[in-house]
Design a protein around this ligand. Structure first.
Ligand code: PMP
Length: 349
C-alpha cells in the first residue's frame, strides 16, 4: 500500500481555525452580534421556496450583480459576486498570480491574504509597517521597488483597525501596473472607500462583503468592483455555478433589507467607541479603530489575559504571534461588551 503525497509544503500549512466555541461572549471573529430582523428570514424563506432548485443557478449571478452595481453607481460588467470576500480574493489571485508572480502584502494584516496567495501558487512578498501601522509614501516606494504583480491592501486593516489614506491607495494604483486590491471588509464602519478611484484606475479592485455590516456571515456573500476586463478574467477562473441559487436569493433579499442593516451599524460603532474609551481606564493600550473591533495591549502577558477571559466566558482573538502582546475584541452587544470589560477589569486587578 502506498500513500499519496500532497503538494510540497502542504503539510506545513495549518488549516484555518478560529475557535467556534459556545461561550457567553463570542468576540473573536468580527461578526455582527445581531441577526437581521425577523422579516428578513421570512423573505429569504419565501424567495427560496420560489427557486427551481432542480436547475443550476444563474452562472453569472446577474440579478445580484445588477443590484450591487446600482448600489455603487458602478458598471454591471465591472461588478462580480462570490461566496464571501474570501472567494473573491481567491479568484483574483488565481487569475493574477501563479508561479513566479509576486503578491505583496503589508504586514500585520489579515492572515488569509497570504494563505490565499500560497493556494494560488503566487510568491508572497511581505513589507512590515511600523506601529501604528499607517502607510506612508515611503512604504509605497518600497512596495513598487519590488515590482509586484498584485498588491493586497486591507483598509480598515484587520487586525489593527486603522484605515489607510486613500491618497496612498491612489499612488499605488497610479504608479504601478500591478493589480491593486483593496479589501474593504470593514469600510462601512469607518475609513474612506477607494471606490471613487475606480473610474480612473483600471488596475484597482475594491472587495466588499456581506459578512460584517450586512450581518450575513452565514450566507457567504462577497463582491468586488473593478474594471470590466478584471471581471472577465474572474469569469475565466470561477467554478461553474460557483454561487448557489440560495445564496443569490439571500443576497437580493439582504439588499432589500439594507436599511435594517444600516440601523445596526450605529449600535456597533457605539460599542466599539465605548471599548476604545474604557480600555485605557483599565490601564490597557487601545489602538484607534475604524472597524467593528479594537486591537489592544494589556499590561499583563496577553496569552494569560486571553485564557482568563475565556474562563469567564469571553472569547477574544490572540494576535501575540503577529503583533507584540496584542489581543483583538469584536464590538458585541452592550451586554457582551459589559461582560468583556468587567471580566478584563477582574483579570487585571
Ligand atoms: N477580509 C477581511 C479583512 C476579513 O477580516 C474577513 C473576515 N474575517 C474577510 C475578508 C472574509 O470575509 P468573508 O469571506 O466572510 O466575506
Amino acid at each position: 500500500m502506498t500513500t499519496a503525497s500532497p503538494r510540497p509544503g502542504l503539510r506545513d500549512v495549518e488549516p484555518y481555525e478560529a475557535p467556534q466555541l459556545r461561550v457567553r461572549a463570542r468576540l473573536n471573529t468580527n461578526e455582527c452580534p445581531y441577526p437581521l430582523p425577523n422579516g428578513f428570514a421570512d423573505d429569504v424563506a419565501k424567495a427560496v421556496r420560489e427557486l427551481e432548485l432542480n436547475r443550476y443557478p444563474d452562472r453569472d449571478a446577474e440579478a445580484l450583480r445588477e443590484r450591487l452595481a446600482e448600489l455603487h453607481g458602478h458598471s454591471f460588467q465591472g461588478t462580480w459576486a462570490a461566496n464571501g470576500s474570501n472567494e473573491i480574493l481567491l479568484q483574483l489571485l488565481q487569475a493574477y498570480t501563479g508561479p513566479g508572480r509576486q503578491v505583496l502584502v503589508f504586514e500585520p494584516t489579515y492572515a488569509v491574504h497570504s494563505r490565499l496567495a500560497w493556494i494560488a501558487n503566487g510568491d508572497r512578498v511581505a513589507l512590515r509597517l511600523d506601529e501604528p501601522w499607517l502607510m506612508s509614501s515611503r512604504d509605497v516606494d518600497a512596495a513598487l521597488k519590488r515590482e509586484p504583480d498584485v498588491v493586497l491592501l486591507c483598509s480598515p486593516n484587520n487586525p489593527t483597525g486603522n484605515a489607510q489614506p486613500i491618497e496612498l491607495v491612489e499612488e499605488l494604483a497610479r504608479r504601478s501596473s500591478a493589480l491593486v486590491v483593496v479589501d474593504e471588509a470593514y469600510v462601512e464602519f469607518g475609513g474612506e472607500s477607494s471606490t471613487p478611484l475606480l473610474d480612473r484606475y483600471p488596475n484597482l479592485v475594491v472587495v466588499r462583503t456581506f459578512s460584517k455590516a450586512f450581518a450575513l456571515a452565514g450566507a457567504r456573500i462577497g463582491y468586488c468592483l473593478a474594471a470590466p476586463a478584471v471581471v472577465e478574467d474572474l469569469r475565466r477562473v470561477r467554478l461553474p455555478y460557483h454561487l448557489s441559487a440560495i445564496t443569490q436569493a439571500a443576497g437580493l433579499v439582504a439588499l432589500d433589507h439594507r436599511d435594517d442593516a444600516l440601523d445596526i451599524l450605529d449600535r456597533i460603532r457605539e460599542q466599539r467607541d465605548r471599548i476604545s474609551k474604557e480600555l485605557p481606564t483599565l490601564g490597557v493600550e487601545a489602538f484607534p479603530s475604524d472597524a467593528n473591533f479594537v486591537l489592544f495591549r494589556p499590561p499583563k502577558p496577553a496569552r494569560e489575559v486571553f485564557d482568563e477571559l475565556l474562563t469567564r466566558g469571553v472569547l477574544v482573538r490572540d494576535f501575540t504571534d503577529l503583533i507584540d502582546s496584542c489581543l483583538r475584541v469584536s464590538a458585541g452587544t452592550p451586554d457582551e461588551v459589559d461582560l468583556f470589560l468587567s471580566s478584563l477589569d477582574e483579570v487585571l486587578r
